[in-house]
Ligand binder design. Sequence first.
Ligand SMILES: O=C(O)CCC(=O)C(=O)O
Ligand SMILES: [Fe+2]
Length: 363
Amino acid sequence: IDISRVVKGCPSDADVAEIGEALRTFGFFNVVNHGISDEIIARFEAAMTRLFELPDTEKAKLARTATNSRGYAANEFTKQTRDLKELYDYGHVPERSRPLDDPANRVMDGYNQVPADDPDFAAAISAYYDACGEVCAKLLGCCARALGLEPTALDDFFRHHTSFLRLNKYPALSAAATRYENVREDLDRVRTDRDDAETRLDELSGLRLGVNRHFDAGALTLLLQDERVKALQTNFNAHRDGPPHWIDVDPVPGGLTVNCGDMLQVLSNDEFKAPEHRVLASNPGHVRYSCPFFYNPSYDAEIRPLLLRNNNNQEGGGGGPLYTPFKYGYFRRRRFEGDFEDEGKPEIQISHFRTDAPLLVGK
Ligand SMILES: O=C(O)CCC(=O)C(=O)O
Ligand SMILES: [Fe+2]
């Protein structure tokens, strides 16, 4: 989708219809003419490359911890399976004039940690972060219109948006081929007992995924994909009857990939559905970089369906809200707790807030 008019602030009805259609069907679409300059992207990509090339001892100094969800990690879990990647998370900074670790910038999910000897890093990453935030804010207006709401109807939820930018590096594998050409079956659980968090990523053996199947927790994700390595897939049947049907979500040159997240699904009362997706391991010998920007509501935003219609009620009885209200900050904290679990506590899901969910008694 060409979003040149969207980012200039004057989307046409046809632009809105196209975005709405994409969010109702696949939940994924590629955008071109997004307005983020080549300079901003190149400077950001250079900073990312420098970060991942740091020696392990330097990356360890930026490590995420149980009390700071931001920084470097090579042991992320998704759905209780170890991801086959390194990552670095960078989040919002409420007081830009103050140091990154100033108390004012230590928010609920932590504070940013940047490499000590890289003077351009913080500026390069924050310029790209800001540019992503602007594109998402413009897309949000189109989402509201596509739902039949005022263009500004969703803005209040994002007044102090708590978005974060994730840098992913999927390693070039030295192990046997892990390419899943034509593999369409479900690889839900590929972890083996030996794949503990201490094993180097390029030494993990067996059929693996870069990231296991999941839904993004925020409202919109704006993803910069490596144009040379195709690995992202979405399950077309996640919200339909039928077995998992994984289809490729390939990048387009100069474009960005957008997908709907859980929060937009709730706000739209399921009219837009967050797509389930996963990342395959890269071809042996190929590194893949990807950078999702997760456009997230304010922590104190109360997320609830804004539409009262829902299309689940085939009898025409008028539907009603499919979710009970919850604070985004509560959801985010619980999701992060799950990221550190390799077994036991399952990650929180929006399904727990469905009005038709069974009550959890005594759990
Ligand atoms: O690497 C990608 O293309 C997507 C990664 C992803 O889905 C995520 O980090 O949530
Ligand atoms: Fe994702």
